[in-house]
Design a protein around this ligand. Structure first.
Ligand code: NDP
Ligand code: OXD
Length: 309
């Protein structure tokens, strides 16, 4: 069984080592691959060039290195009928929950304000709010959204979530569909976006959404840059309607040097690192899935390409 790996070189080697340790019969080859394309059974990829995966006539499944599959779903030349599997692995999930807690607490504890005071050498207390005074609303109740909410539970925030289909989660007020969005947003003092990028979620963080949030709300985008209308966010921050934003993903990555987010005092930003797949734990998920398929069983976490996630 041969697996083609396309990720950055450093991580590619980490993947190959971890895979071989978990599945000695598996042969791994790194992209770009100059051998016979017919020999490739599986591909584990991040942002392959458009049309690349069509070159392998015997591909049985495509594994995304990341949880998001927009880098694959947006390829008009993806080989037809080959299942695409998104990444679900504990290291990636834990990393995202850490980041969401960090970002929520940053806004809850006025860290942007204290950073501004520090720049001006101002020593002043800002009255603290108890956690239960704020609602954290998570857009997307998938693997990552649900774990982030579970991780937030002990802090005592009121918790809400929004998804496409109805959900029931203990301790979380759940909303769904376009009908539930307005009420969900109206209560969200801190809004976290953990949606996949699809035709429906593109531009969802726009001026209409921001207008529905309570005055002084904060926005955390860890989904995809394409979900945020950046100029609408800047306008909502500059008008004071939103108190701050934490951004990990951007329309254009790397963020252009001249972009106002780099220096905006109400923005905390990171370079798309909210969470990363951890090869050592992720290989177990990939190997188990390959073994499932090789044994004639169904793959887990297959993406519905029509739905886009
Ligand atoms: P899942 O597929 O497990 O969950 C997606 C969730 O979004 C589901 O609850 C789904 O609803 C909901 N959803 C999708 N479309 C809509 C819609 N139109 N309206 C309402 N809800 C919708 O994804 P994950 O939790 O694993 O990952 C989420 C995203 O996080 C990834 O796609 C990726 O873009 C991003 N990500 C970012 C990282 C970073 O470092 N910044 C790292 C990893 C992931 P339903 O349950 O009803 O289907
Ligand atoms: C992912 C990411 O989708 O890192 O996993 O963005």
């Amino acid at each position: 069984v041969t697996l083609l790996i396309k990720t950055d070189i450093e991580r590619g080697n980490a993947w190959a080592d971890a895979l071989t340790a978990n599945y000695p019969e598996l042969k791994t080859v790194n992209w770009p691959y100059k051998g016979d394309p017919a020999k490739i059974d599986y591909a584990l990829v991040w942002q392959p060039p458009r049309g690349e995966l069509k070159r392998y006539p015997n591909l049985k499944a495509i594994f995304s290195v990341g949880a998001g599959v927009d880098h694959l779903a947006s390829d008009p030349d993806l080989p037809e009928g080959v299942p695409v599997v998104r990444m679900v692995e504990p290291g990636l999930t834990a990393g995202m929950s850490e980041y969401v807690v960090l970002a929520v607490l940053n806004h809850h504890r006025f860290i942007l304000d204290y950073a501004a005071q520090r720049r001006e050498k101002v020593w002043a207390e800002i009255p603290q709010l108890p956690a239960e005074a704020r609602q954290v609303g998570v857009l997307g109740l998938g693997v990552l959204g649900r774990d982030a909410l579970e991780t937030l539970k002990p802090f005592g925030f009121r918790l809400a979530g929004w998804s496409r289909s109805p959900k029931s989660i203990t301790g979380v007020t759940c909303f769904h569909g376009s009908g539930g969005l307005g009420e969900f947003l109206a209560g969200s003092d801190i809004l976290v976006c953990l949606l996949p990028l699809t035709a429906e979620t593109t531009g969802i963080l726009d001026k209409e959404t921001f207008a529905k949030l309570p005055a002084g709300a904060a926005v955390i985008n860890v989904g995809r840059g394409g979900q945020l209308v950046e100029e609408d966010l800047l306008a909502a921050l500059d008008s004071g309607h939103l108190s701050g934003a934490t951004l990990d993903v951007f329309q254009k990555e790397p963020l252009p040097k001249k972009h106002p987010f780099w220096t905006h005092p109400r923005v905390f930003m990171t370079p798309h690192i909210a969470s990363m797949t951890v090869p050592e734990s992720a290989v177990r998920a990939v190997v188990a899935n390959i073994q499932r398929l090789e044994a004639g069983e169904a793959l887990q976490h297959v993406v519905d390409l029509k739905r886009g996630y």
